[in-house]
Design a protein. Sequence first.
Length: 223
Amino acid sequence: TGTVNVQDLTKVYGEDDDEVVAVDEVDLHIEAEEFVTVLGPSGCGKSTLMEAIAGHLEPTEGEVLVNGDPVDGPDPSRGVVFQENRLFPWKTIDENVRFGPQMRDAVDEERIEALFGQMGLEGFEDAYPHELSGGMQQRAELARLLANDPDIMLMDEPFSGLDAMTKDLMHEKLLDVWEDDDRTVLFITHDVEEAILLADRVVVMTARPGQVKDVIDVDLDRP
Ligand code: ADP
Ligand code: ADP
């Protein structure tokens, strides 16, 4: 599981003179367990495309199918990570990570403990997000997302704010998670090198008006 079919997707924000066509008639197919990056300049509609797959917004035209079913709202099987951390600032890291499973009465203690190990966050269970470095916060975000065991990971420039060394480490962690657990990853970036480094395929979007210009197969050895 983990296929994504974007069919003739259009998203228009605003009305009349304020209309912005953020995504314009995009078709995109992502295979299960594929690692796809979406590359394009700021404002080209990358986030809008991802938010539509996440189920955070209503398409103006077209639809998104996940595993063949139309998306009609957010679901823990599609986990999202953004550039700025969205951890609950008033909750500890442990409370943040177990929040999703707790909501569904499905906390798996072994899994949570393993995630703290995998993300190098042991000893920081009771810390608050602001007490962690940027890289650690993003690892905590990853742990929180993985606690829900998502089929599909949607990542919107998750590492853009990090320094080069931390970014390398995060790339390794992400590729480990992807390879070990057979997840589908859709990763947004405006960094060409990062897009090619990580992906099986790179989806290139045009600056205007939010169309897919090309889909490039990447055949490189990963780090
Ligand atoms: P990207 O992620 O590639 O930077 P976005 O999807 O965020 O692109 O934005 C695409 C276009 O839609 C931009 O022109 C942006 O200003 C506009 N846009 C995005 N979200 C909204 C919104 N909620 N209301 C109005 N315009 C928006
Ligand atoms: P990105 O980092 O992907 O370029 P932005 O910083 O453009 O994203 O947008 C951040 C948030 O603001 C998004 O949730 C987007 O929907 C919203 N947004 C972007 N442009 C506009 C706009 N012109 N009007 C209202 N909301 C917007």
